[in-house]
Design a protein around this ligand. Structure first.
Ligand code: ZN
Length: 143
């Protein structure tokens, strides 16, 4: 029951991230962005666009620009996972609704349960048999 605050914040964080991802899904219909960096003789790129996130590992020279890039294009969405291989690169595409869904389900699961009668307002400890003015678990005054 001590974990009640942790649960509240975990649930809030998960749901906030899910909402951010949903905004990104909508925005990625018109915009694509990527961050590319050099990793030894290879280029690693993380990006989003068309409702999906991309993870690409390519040979040097396969990517023209390192660093951040942002492009605008006509709306299009793709809704499913895919893996694409070329001689120069391999890329994995993950539809962004998938992690958003995972975060939403997790946030819903992690949300604190409603408190029943006789539970501490702060930590949820069952005060039933406890005496005194303070919660024996967290020290909050009983309401
Ligand atoms: Zn308490």
């Amino acid at each position: 029951m001590l974990h009640r605050r942790v649960r509240i914040w975990t649930a809030r964080l998960a749901i906030s991230l899910a909402l951010l991802l949903i905004v990104l899904v909508v925005g990625s219909g018109w915009y694509s962005g990527a961050y590319a960096m050099q990793a030894g003789s290879r280029v690693v790129m993380l990006g989003f666009g068309s409702g999906q996130g991309a993870f690409v590992i390519g040979e040097q020279g396969a990517q023209s620009a390192l660093g951040w890039s942002l492009h605008r294009f006509d709306p299009s969405w793709r809704w499913w996972f895919s893996i694409a291989q070329t001689p120069q690169s391999s890329q994995m595409l993950i539809p962004l609704w998938a992690p958003a869904l995972v975060l939403l389900v997790f946030g819903w699961w992690a949300r604190p349960k409603r408190l029943g009668k006789g539970q501490c307002l702060k930590c949820g400890y069952a005060l039933g048999g406890a005496d005194g003015e303070l919660c024996p678990e967290c020290g909050m005054s009983r309401g």
